[in-house]
Design a protein around this ligand. Structure first.
Ligand SMILES: Nc1nc2c(ncn2[C@@H]2O[C@H](COP(=O)(O)O)[C@@H](O)[C@H]2O)c(=O)[nH]1
Ligand SMILES: [Zn+2]
Ligand SMILES: [Zn+2]
Length: 569
């Protein structure tokens, strides 16, 4: 039975701490540092001081934190995947991740796994398997309980280990670690993903839980690329109910991912879940104390990925004292890689900032408004595409094609990748107007499938912080309250974004036909919408499939954006 969680119980909360420039970490017997959805952002955020630390600084932080703070307690380092698609350091190479993977792997993770971005494209899957899964330093530590790798000969092997059972260094705590990817269906043919609830019905899992019963485990760690707040599919909740049935009284600590938010969920009074944002903006911290008591004490903090936070929480008094040889060497490699990949090449200047979430869709300072009104209409079909041109053109993208805000200032090669790293083609179907004009609202009526959730999406409201002395940043609300961010920030307005957005252009002649152009990634969703709508309304006597979809051609989103910015300068 899932034990009811009562919020006033067993919380090592920072709520009682006086507001200072930092909220301190509550160190326990067992401590965790968690990264997720880093998406190649290993070289800091040049536009945002809140996130001015590089991957080498995280290497230094972990070393100093272990030395100066953790002391005789235990510390586990965990990552939950999505390590490219979002930054030039990972995406300016073929395959992407080719050079950034070695830099990422400099961190001595105790537990790590993959995300859906490691499974879209074969090259990425093969690279992840050979470069990281088979990496000597991660033997036994790379865990994927429901993902298999498909060898060249077609045979299936676990994508790492199915589980890891080990004792912690200081207290000898007995940890059973499992890792589950959400029910991701778009994996390529070099991988196989089994839905988690099917996987735990398999023989290996039954045998595992017989081998390691409640008496053999102090903490069950379940980490993986799966959202910890999942109102749509409730995957983690269903998984937790199964695990709680097998281990009715074991402390369970989950680490989640994928929806790019800071989040902490109490699944019952001995089971908690931490999710630690995106794009190296956050290092998640969690701790558990009094582990063997009836009510263990838990705490969490979202550490801003910046040097001030890293120095403060590692008790370092200066940069000189903080930086380690390894950290410095890793930062030098990042600097060299940035140069080698020409990421600093400047194409022009962005005249003002355009935001994904912080301005409403109707605002000219919203990036989707900017794209649909100004950039997408510059798309030109391939000249050899002589098919007849319809009177109207719709160009549709999924909002998840855009990964980050576009800040005022230099537009560089790296900017292209941070805004939209994907190299999709433009496809199109010629449609009757009556059908084409309904697709957008149909797709925006579906669950959030092609979008990125709001970062820090608020399930309950926290007080709006207007203090102008504070920098804008995350003011996260979670199951432990409103003070989980290590740095008090001024609130940022956030608006929901739809699954898709589109531009519409019309010429005069009313041939009632539309060239419905869309980025190839959303083709399955477009076909589903057309057939569902047409089945109800019978507008055409036809069932749409991939054969109706033609190549439209033209520049990718990131190249269109670059050319548009150049045209402004
Ligand atoms: N237009 C494209 N959008 C893509 C592609 N691959 C992924 N995506 C978008 O990203 C999210 C998943 O990102 P995650 O970091 O949350 O896992 C997905 O839902 C799409 O919206 C692509 O090739 N083209
Ligand atoms: Zn991600
Ligand atoms: Zn993901």
């Amino acid at each position: 039975a899932v034990l009811p969680f009562s919020p006033d119980q067993n919380i090592l909360s920072t709520e009682s701490h006086e507001e200072s420039s930092f909220r301190d970490l509550q160190i326990g017997q067992l401590n965790f540092l968690h990264t997720t959805d880093t998406h190649g952002w290993l070289g800091s955020h040049s536009n945002q001081d809140n996130y001015n630390a590089k991957w080498g600084d995280l290497v230094s932080f972990v070393e100093r934190f272990r030395e100066n703070v953790v002391g005789e307690n235990d510390l586990l380092l965990i990552d939950t995947g999505d390590k490219h698609d979002g930054n030039g350091l990972s995406d300016a190479t073929v395959p992407n991740g080719l050079n950034s993977t070695q830099i990422f792997n400099e961190l001595d993770y105790d537990l790590l796994t993959l995300g859906n971005h490691e499974l879209y494209v074969e090259d990425n899957t093969v690279l992840e398997y050979y470069e990281t899964v088979l990496n000597e330093k991660f033997q036994g530590k790379y865990v994927s309980s429901n993902v298999e790798f498909v060898n060249d000969d077609g045979s299936l092997v676990p994508f790492g280990s199915k589980y890891r059972y080990f004792k912690t260094e200081k207290y000898g705590l007995r940890i059973l670690a499992l890792s589950f990817l959400f029910d991701f269906r778009r994996f390529n043919k070099r991988a196989q993903v089994t839905p988690v609830l099917q996987e735990i019905e398999k023989k290996w899992f039954q045998e595992l839980t017989e081998t390691y019963s409640m008496e053999d485990i102090d903490v069950l760690v379940v980490f993986g690329h799966m959202p910890i707040s999942d109102t749509e599919n409730r995957e983690i909740n269903q998984l937790h109910a199964k695990l709680r049935h097998i281990y009715p009284n074991t402390v369970i600590q989950y680490f989640g991912a994928h929806t790019h938010i800071r989040d902490f969920v109490a699944l019952d009074n001995k089971a908690y879940a931490l999710q630690s944002g995106r794009f190296c903006e956050t290092v998640g911290f969690a701790s558990i104390d009094d582990i063997t008591k009836e009510s263990p004490l838990v705490s969490r903090t979202y550490i801003d990925f910046n040097l001030n936070s890293f120095l403060h929480h590692s008790h370092s008094n200066s940069i000189k004292e903080f930086e380690t040889d390894r950290g410095t060497e890793v930062n030098e490699r990042i600097h060299e890689l940035r140069k080698e990949l020409n990421l600093t090449t400047k194409f022009g200047n962005v005249p003002s900032s355009f935001y994904m979430y912080n301005k409403p869709l109707s605002s000219p300072h919203n990036i989707y408004n900017f794209l649909t009104k100004r950039v997408l209409p510059t798309l030109k079909r391939d000249s050899d595409n002589t098919a007849d041109v319809a009177s109207t053109r719709i160009i549709m993208i999924n909002t998840g094609a855009i990964r980050y805000d576009l800040y005022e200032g230099p537009f560089t090669s790296d900017t292209e990748y941070t805004i939209s790293p994907f190299s999709n083609t433009w496809n199109y179907i010629q449609l009757p107007m009556a059908l084409a004009m309904q697709v957008e609202s149909y797709l925006n009526g579906m669950e959030p499938i092609m979008t990125l959730n709001l970062p820090g999406e608020q399930r309950r409201q926290c007080p709006l912080i207007e203090d102008k002395t504070l920098s804008r940043g995350y003011t996260t609300s979670d199951d432990l309250g409103c003070k989980g961010d290590d740095t008090p920030h001024r609130s940022e307005r956030q608006y929901r974004i739809p699954n898709v957005v589109q531009s519409i252009e019309s010429t005069n002649n009313a041939d009632e036909l539309v060239d419905f152009v869309y980025c190839s990634f959303i083709q399955p969703f477009v076909l589903e919408a057309l057939n569902d709508l047409n089945e109800d309304q019978n507008i055409v006597d036809h069932t749409f499939d991939d054969k109706d979809c033609k190549i439209y051609g033209g520049l990718s989103i990131k190249d269109l954006l670059r050319e548009y910015i150049i045209s402004l300068n």
